[in-house]
Design a protein around this ligand. Structure first.
Ligand SMILES: Cc1cn([C@H]2C[C@H](O)[C@@H](COP(=O)(O)OP(=O)(O)OP(=O)(O)O)O2)c(=O)[nH]c1=O
Length: 198
């Protein structure tokens, strides 16, 4: 019997990305503390959060024996420093100014929990921004896009005009590495490209 997949995420991007590869799922709302531990390395941090989201989601389900839960986490890393979601305008402007004219990393982890195990993958991408001035950062803030995005920007949105180079996984930067996600799903017997009626 094929397990039911649950997506433990409030991110509309993750819902869209999973739908893009033809994987049906049920949404699962979760609240997880996303504070990094002291001196936690960025890759360890995103993997821990993705695993926590998947495991906490599974623990919430009555039919956990038949379920697989997907959790994911994305963070931006500049000079080894984790840039989470900006809490306000000043933080967003500072992040954008710091990212301008530089290359940074985007780390996304995806984890699947079910059938007594939890498997995770971490995907690392490099993104370069062209230089941007204070007025552009301010104008970008005014679009409303930065607030709920790691690093204060959305590559899939208006911030695309800042991105001069990308090396790695575009879907991972948006929030879910689709190649690695499909491989993990296959480990749990869940295929992609499923007909919509299923
Ligand atoms: C860098 C970048 C991040 N993001 C988003 C992806 C994630 O939604 C968000 C990072 O925060 P996350 O904590 O990874 O995810 P979330 O809080 O939105 O959703 P949940 O924890 O419930 O799964 O930033 C973009 O949409 N585009 C980008 O270019």
């Amino acid at each position: 019997m094929v397990a039911t997949l649950y997506l433990a995420s409030g991110s509309p991007r993750r819902r869209e990305l999973l739908t893009q590869i033809g994987v049906p799922f049920a949404p699962l709302a979760l609240a997880i503390d996303e504070t990094p531990a002291p001196d936690e390395a960025p890759a360890a941090y995103v993997e821990r959060l993705a695993r926590d989201k998947a495991s906490a989601g599974l623990a919430r389900l009555a039919d956990a024996g038949q379920a697989v839960v997907l959790g994911a986490d994305t963070t931006v890393v500049l000079d080894g420093r984790i840039l989470g979601k900006p809490g306000n305008r000043a933080e967003a402007l500072a992040m954008l100014q710091a990212l301008g004219g530089r290359e940074h990393e985007v780390l996304t982890a995806v984890a699947l929990a079910g059938a007594g195990r939890c498997m995770a993958r971490v995907v690392r991408s490099r993104v370069a921004f062209r230089p941007l001035d204070a007025a552009e950062a301010e104008a970008y803030w005014a679009t409303g896009e930065p607030l709920d995005k790691a690093g204060g920007y959305a590559i899939q949105g208006f911030a695309a005009v800042f991105v001069s180079h990308l090396e790695g996984s575009y879907s991972a930067v948006v929030g879910l590495p689709l190649c690695e996600t499909a491989q993990l799903l296959a480990e749990f017997g869940i295929s992609c490209w499923q007909p919509q009626s299923q």
